[in-house]
Write a protein that binds this ligand. Sequence first.
Ligand SMILES: Nc1ncnc2c1ncn2[C@@H]1O[C@H](COP(=O)(O)OP(=O)(O)O)[C@@H](O)[C@H]1O
Ligand SMILES: [Mg+2]
Length: 239
Amino acid sequence: MEARNVTKRFGGVAALDHCSVEVAPGRVTGLIGPNGSGKTTFFNVLTGYLAADGGDVFVDGAKVARPTPQRLYRLGVVRTFQYARLFPDLTLVEILALAVAKPFLSVFGLRVEGGDRERAMEVLGRLGLRALAARRAGQLSYGQQRLLEFGTTLMAQPRLVLLDEPTAGVNPVMIDILEGHIRRLRTEGVAFLLVEHQLDLVMRLCDTVVVLGRGVPIARGTPDEVSQDPMVLDAYLGG
Ligand SMILES: Nc1ncnc2c1ncn2[C@@H]1O[C@H](COP(=O)(O)OP(=O)(O)O)[C@@H](O)[C@H]1O
Ligand SMILES: [Mg+2]
């Protein structure tokens, strides 16, 4: 995926100002920057949740005309949200099935199609949550909920997963588990764009790091390059 010169204004303020970022298959690209630098806004534009005021998004070299979440989903681009949003009364299987947007909702409740159930069980197996399949999401620990949210992105057979602060509020053991899943999926060719405040995780996991400052990349490169960039040290790392 490539974003070219993406601009997004809120009122008079440019949250993104000609922001260009490329993400390659089988690579983890980190997106870091101070609060308010435009990371979540960038995710919202890339996944069609917000219309940009300027610039274009390309997938496989082809411009995505009028990006919508549905259109990007069909292209294999899926995301999680900075603040976990799960329906606490639904079971794990139901939540995963909802992610593929086909389940049949009726007055009798949610009916999950066979194929979606099978896929959901596969994803739960992969995440080590299979034994909890029939539990309600609200009964999970916070870390498990975030892992389940990560699981919703796998229902799609994704090609690019955008993760917005997936480790926020999550304990170190669960962070290791999540890191392991990202590493394994990367070897399968899945691309990741990762917004993350834990810099040690960014530095050991990412192939490329893009640093946003006020809506525009101020540095990009390998973790080593970026962490030695004087502009980054000054603007972000507080060195
Ligand atoms: N829906 C919105 N309406 C108005 N301003 C917004 C909205 N969303 C984000 N912003 C502003 O855009 C800037 C970037 O925000 P955001 O993308 O959430 O940054 P980050 O995720 O890097 O912390 C901030 O100044 C924020 O206040
Ligand atoms: Mg954010």
